[in-house]
Design a protein around this ligand. Structure first.
Ligand code: KG4
Ligand code: ZN
Length: 346
């Protein structure tokens, strides 16, 4: 089943062609260099850039997959969560294409897309059979959620961040350390060279009984630490990065273990932009091993950050479970969509 998928939820304009769980082509046009000077994503600038690029991105995805409209079985698009002006571009384009070419249209939750990235197969012939129920640890620039997956289409958010997302905390620490925006991956890189034991930072909510995490207190503790260490030098920067990474990840890992104590699952999944973090991936794999669970994360780095391939795979997995297409004229973007809301299995 060949799907043309589109994602314009934030600052990447992306289109992909998928066939089942296989990624045939994926194009991601990043706007990051335009938003950099503002220190974050500017919604209306994102919208303008999506509008300028969307047609070329879709054409390129189809060219690379060597497909024409005659073999496309459906169009899938992210309708939320995300930035309203940005989502609007992808949703509008998907509606137009579905109507013009008379193809079924599938409305996909961006976070269900991140979950589906664990099923997506890019550049490999192997198909992953993920045993359910599963627990997904989703960590991106806007979300940090623990999702209990009974079936693809039956999602329950069992815990989440009460304030900043993990990726957002990485980015904010990156900015405080003068690494620019988005600095999350640079903080992670510097943390590898640093000594995490030099500065002791609080591990947020480690004693709370719930399954939630919080990163704003840790971020403030890092700010105070940085102020006390002025002037900074390369060694101090790496040591702060390492101390932050240790505390931020420990907070998440403690809660993952807590959730696993309550929910019986067969697999542990790790997805979202932060899934590019090798250290955290390794720690989660270790927990999975200890708990005798299968562990999955996207098989390619490109599938961790925002991309449309995961949206195509989510549509396929959803259709397999009975997800229906939507009437194009009735589809609207939903910037604050939650996985609980977008679940379609009873
Ligand atoms: O999923 P994503 O591409 O976009 C959103 O939907 O938010 O996630 C991007 C986030 C950014 O905050 C980025 O700094 C973070 O993922 N990130 C990382 C790493 N690579 C990207 N955070 C920690 N370690 C990394 N290696
Ligand atoms: Zn995302």
């Amino acid at each position: 089943m060949k799907i043309l998928a589109i994602d314009t939820s934030c600052d990447e304009t992306s289109a992909a062609i998928t066939d089942g769980v296989r990624v045939i082509s994926t194009v991601v046009s990043s706007q990051v260099r335009y938003h950099k000077k503002f220190g974050g994503v500017v919604p209306f600038l994102a919208q303008r850039l999506h509008k300028e690029r969307i047609d070329a991105v879709i054409t390129l995805a189809m060219q690379r997959a060597k497909v024409s409209w005659s073999v496309i079985n459906g169009v899938a698009v992210t309708y939320g969560p995300g930035l309203a002006p940005a989502l609007q571009v992808g949703v509008g384009k998907a509606k137009e294409l579905a109507e013009n070419y008379q193809k079924p249209l599938y409305a996909i939750d961006h976070m269900a897309g991140h979950i589906a990235s664990c099923w997506a197969q890019m550049g490999t012939k192997e198909l992953s059979a993920i045993s359910l129920p599963a627990l997904a640890v989703l960590a991106s620039g806007n979300h940090t959620e623990f999702v209990y997956i009974e079936g693809f289409g039956k999602f329950k958010v069992v815990g989440q961040t009460l304030d900043d997302a993990l990726g957002e905390a990485y980015d904010k620490v990156g900015r405080m350390l003068g690494l620019g925006y988005p600095g999350g991956h640079l903080v992670a890189k510097l943390a590898q060279q640093g000594d995490a034991s030099l500065y002791s930072l609080p591990i947020p909510m480690q004693h709370s009984r719930d399954f939630n995490v919080s990163y704003s207190g840790l971020k403030n503790a890092v700010r105070l630490l940085i102020e006390s260490l002025q002037p900074l030098d390369q060694k101090k920067i790496s040591d702060v990065a390492a101390s932050f990474e240790y505390a931020a990840q420990k907070a998440l890992l403690l809660k993952v273990e807590k959730v696993l104590g309550e929910y019986t699952v067969k697999s542990l999944l790790f997805a979202g932009g932060v899934a590019a973090n090798v250290v955290l991936g390794r720690a989660l794999r270790k927990i999975a091993k200890k708990e005798h669970l299968d562990f999955f994360k996207p098989n390619r780095r490109e599938l961790c950050g925002d991309n449309a391939a995961m949206i195509g795979v989510a549509a396929f997995l959803g259709i397999e479970q009975g997800q229906r297409s939507v009437v194009p004229a009735t589809l609207d973007r939903n910037p604050s969509l939650t996985l609980d809301e977008s679940s379609f299995l009873g």
